[in-house]
Design a protein around this ligand. Structure first.
Ligand code: CA
Length: 220
């Protein structure tokens, strides 16, 4: 899953960037409203963490512009302490949730997981497909209750597929959701990751839909 982090305060930005990456997200980072708006307007994000006080263009304007151009990814806004008015305005501008600074990183991660699973129509933090389970809280993947070791890329591919159960996901879509913008993207590597996942989880879980992409299935 790919997250856009918009925060102009360098220490908080670095801290959140690291925490999000450790949690298994691909992260694009923005430190001003103009860049954030452009990125969110063109790249497909699974969620956005948006500070409201930003240079060049404030967070509320960024959010309103995304919503008015039909960008509907889940957005978590960060508001200043004691500014309850920002929360109301933010939610009315299209934010899905908010956190007041200062906050615990664990809470931000929990709210983000909630936003992402709700936007996929999922309610449980543990995603299941037949004998395969992915616990979004711990990042633990199990097959028939046995934990499976995945590399970070394998995890990202599986996590995306598990958030879209039964859907055919193209290689392009997978590429866009497992790599941040500045990384070396190569859609051929998706095939490699899927091949390794099939070895680890059993070949029948990930179906190839010729010419279209992949689909996660629960083998009968
Ligand atoms: Ca700020």
């Amino acid at each position: 899953m790919r997250v856009l982090l918009v925060e102009d305060e360098p220490t908080l930005n670095r801290q959140l960037d690291m925490a999000l990456q450790q949690a298994g997200y691909s992260v694009d980072v923005s430190v001003n409203g103009q860049d954030a708006w452009a990125l969110g307007d063109t790249e497909p994000f699974d969620a956005v963490v948006l500070d409201l006080g930003l240079p060049q263009m404030d967070g509320l304007t960024v959010l309103r512009r995304w919503r008015s151009s039909g960008r509907h990814m889940p957005v978590l806004i960060l508001t200043a302490r004691d500014n309850w008015h920002d929360k109301v305005t933010g939610i009315d501008a299209g934010a899905d949730d908010y956190l007041t600074k200062p906050f615990h990183t664990a809470e931000l991660l929990a709210r983000l997981r909630g936003l992402i699973r709700r936007s996929s129509g999922l309610s449980s933090p543990v995603l299941s497909c037949g004998p395969v389970q992915l616990d979004t809280r711990s990042g633990l993947v199990t097959l028939d209750g046995q934990s499976i070791n995945l590399t970070s890329h394998e995890f990202k591919v599986l996590a995306y597929l598990m958030h879209h159960p039964g859907a055919v996901v193209s290689r392009t879509e997978l590429t866009e959701h497992i790599y941040a913008q500045d990384s070396d993207r190569d859609s051929n590597t998706i095939e490699v990751f899927v091949g390794r996942l099939r070895k680890k989880l059993g070949a029948s879980h990930i179906e190839t839909v010729r010419g279209l992409g992949y689909r996660l299935v629960a083998p009968s």
